[in-house]
Write a protein that binds this ligand. Structure first.
Ligand SMILES: Nc1ncnc2c1ncn2[C@@H]1O[C@H](COP(=O)(O)OP(=O)(O)OP(=O)(O)O)[C@@H](O)[C@H]1O
Ligand SMILES: [Mg+2]
Length: 240
């Protein structure tokens, strides 16, 4: 479970995130949409403890997120647009090293199983990651979340640049993770993918979460219409 309570981030006089209240249940997939600069990455960075909140709290399960806290790091998986791996090492070697950093030690068979559960082709497992496509690198990220037994997974535009088949496969992997009880918060600009994969979809605007929708209750075209209307509408001043 992950939760934000009045979570706020200021940069000087500028408010990048404005009193966010959000709860993502175990096994829930929440997709965050919004224009460039709306505060989506800021939200993820706060949840992951990459930056410090100006006010409010983020929680992973029962733990308050504090920057640099190793207990938090062990519980979370992170998939940015480009998963950072050691290019000269194989997928399996990367997974061995990165899972060890979070206190987990596995043998080669176990590591290989995680990679296969993440749908990485068997023949790629021992190839240097430098030869991997973007989608294959993201599968290593999923395998790491599996190996860490992460309870929360954060994704920041993971499917941008993936072809539709790879993107569809990626959605299926997220759904499998959610069935294991992982809470998933995914930032995306892909309305179609958000509607397909999420339980709920939120729209952020100027640091505020201004709309939350049940993904099953809207069609693709309704979601697009609501998105456009929400983003184009003038922002109400707080308290107005
Ligand atoms: N270190 C920083 N110093 C000052 N302003 C910052 C800093 N980091 C982010 N911001 C500002 O905070 C706002 C929110 O940024 P954020 O990266 O969260 O946007 P985003 O919704 O992820 O946008 P995008 O869709 O372009 O990735 C932006 O206006 C950005 O310029
Ligand atoms: Mg961003």
């Amino acid at each position: 479970m992950l939760r934000a309570l009045q979570l706020t981030k200021h940069y000087g006089n500028f408010t990048a995130l404005d009193h966010l209240d959000l709860e993502v249940e175990n096994g829930e997939i929440f997709c965050l949409l919004g224009a460039n600069g709306a505060g989506k990455t800021t939200t993820i960075n706060l949840f992951m403890g990459f930056i410090e909140a100006s006010a409010g709290q983020a929680y992973i399960d029962e733990l308050v997120v504090r920057p640099g806290d190793a207990k938090i790091k062990q519980r979370i998986g992170y998939i940015p647009e480009n998963v950072m791996l050691y290019p000269e090492l194989s997928g399996l070697q990367n997974l061995a090293y990165l899972s060890q950093l979070s206190g987990k030690k596995y043998n080669k068979t176990q590591l290989s199983n995680f990679l296969q559960q993440a749908s990485l082709q068997a023949e790629a497992i021992h190839q240097p990651v430098a030869q991997y496509s973007k989608g294959m690198r993201q599968k290593v990220g999923i395998a790491l979340a599996l190996a860490k037994k992460a309870s929360a997974l954060f994704l920041d535009e993971p499917t941008s640049g993936l072809d539709p088949l790879a993107s569809n496969e990626f959605s299926n992997l997220l759904q499998q993770l959610s069935q294991r009880g992982v809470s998933i918060l995914m930032v995306t600009h892909d309305l179609f993918r958000a509607k397909e994969v999420a339980n709920r979809v939120g729209i952020m605007k100027a640091g505020q979460l201004v709309e939350v929708l049940d993904a099953n209750a809207v069609s693709h075209s309704e979601l697009e219409r609501i998105y456009v209307e929400t983003i184009s509408a003038p922002l109400l001043a707080v308290g107005a």
